[in-house]
Design a protein around this ligand. Structure first.
Ligand SMILES: NC(=O)c1ccc[n+]([C@@H]2O[C@H](COP(=O)([O-])OP(=O)(O)OC[C@H]3O[C@@H](n4cnc5c(N)ncnc54)[C@H](OP(=O)(O)O)[C@@H]3O)[C@@H](O)[C@H]2O)c1
Length: 319
């Protein structure tokens, strides 16, 4: 049975794969893409205040004609416009044109203002009032979750984090901690080795598994890998055929050896690991080269900051 539902610690359940709406250009495109995803079998849609496409996603959900309980909708508190949590969820529900969402997340620990315990108590109040069925967090570290759990009445149902072979080693302790506390991990950007780091060490074991599985596309192997780590998988595509493949990937089972080979390759890091490349400047001896390396490092850092600001929305100041 592909992409089995996962049970939350509050008794609700979440479909094992979700269609994400980040990066879809604002406007009708989101409606078309969510509609396409639902038509191929996705029943779990992930959006956020920061994506500025909740209204378009909601339109596709309504137009699907599916009963509300047959579709799982997540949105996130992204601190957009400096709005508080309660105002934000009401605003999101208005935009989605829904009376509740299935899952509401604090998008990033830096958005938990004035502090994690206070922000979490506000999330708990939303669940108690029925505006959201389940509550969770995103991009929280073990330390952030520990702070939250120390005063929580309701533990988070999920932690939505980046999980792909190149960051698995650094996320492994969070995965273990989450399993111990009954917190479901949602893996976003599982296809990063293909989208950002083609040509890296992970390609070889992924290709080998794809061949062994009868020549399936490599992205399906990466989705199967994330599933094997026990995560709910969040992905996206503008292409219908690829989306159908994602759904089929729920049937793929990687061997223990294949998973170990992908983990091992991921631990080597992505190709041209930028920070270690720039750290070589310490021994370069040339002032001009040092200057180039430093300028490169600054440009890289600025790029990362810009990406985060674009992702969360220009109005937010989390950096
Ligand atoms: N909570 C957070 O902070 C956070 C952060 C990031 C993402 N997310 C959520 O997670 C969702 C998924 O994130 P993501 O977009 O980073 O996921 P992803 O699954 O890693 O990447 C999806 C992209 O991969 C491309 N792709 C698929 N197969 C490929 C291949 N063989 N070669 C090259 N490209 C390929 C697709 O392009 P095509 O359209 O061409 O198929 C699509 O744009 C987001 O939409 C969002 O809902 C949450």
């Amino acid at each position: 049975m592909p992409w089995e539902n996962k049970k939350f610690n509050d008794g609700n359940s979440i479909p094992g794969i979700g269609f994400g709406t980040w990066k879809i250009p604002v406007g009708e495109t989101t409606t078309g893409q969510v509609d396409q995803a639902i038509s191929v079998g996705f029943s779990h849609i992930d959006t956020a205040q920061a994506y500025r496409n909740e209204a378009e996603a909601g339109k596709a959900i309504r137009e699907s004609g599916l009963p509300r309980e047959d579709i799982f909708v997540t949105t996130k508190y992204s601190g957009l416009g400096g709005l508080d949590i309660e105002t934000s969820i009401k605003d999101s529900l208005n935009k989605l044109n829904l009376t509740y969402v299935d899952l509401y997340l604090i998008h990033h620990p830096k958005l938990a203002v004035p502090d994690i315990p206070t922000a979490w108590a506000r999330m708990e109040a939303l669940k108690e009032r029925g505006l959201v069925k389940s509550i969770g967090v995103s991009n929280f570290t073990v330390k952030d979750v520990e702070i939250l759990l120390a005063s929580a009445k309701i533990p988070p149902a999920v932690n939505q984090i980046m999980l792909q072979p190149y960051n698995y080693a650094e996320q492994a302790s969070l995965l273990e901690f989450s399993a111990k506390h009954g917190i479901v991990i949602e893996a976003y950007s599982p296809l990063l080795p293909l989208t950002q780091y083609p040509g890296g060490p992970v390609d070889k074991p992924v290709k080998a598994a794809a061949t062994r599985l009868g020549g399936v596309p490599e992205e399906q192997v990466l989705l199967a890998w994330a599933k094997a780590k026990g995560a709910v998988v969040l992905t996206t595509s503008s292409k219908k055929a690829r989306l159908e493949g994602y759904i089929n990937a729920g049937d793929l089972v990687l061997t223990k050896e294949e998973i170990q080979a992908i983990d091992g390759a991921g631990a080597k890091g992505p190709p041209g690991c930028t920070f270690s490349m720039f750290s070589a400047s310490k021994n370069s001896g040339s002032t001009a080269r040092k200057l180039i390396y430093r300028t490169g490092s600054l440009a890289l850092l600025a790029g990362l900051v810009l990406t985060m600001r674009v992702y969360f929305g220009v109005g937010m100041d989390i950096m």
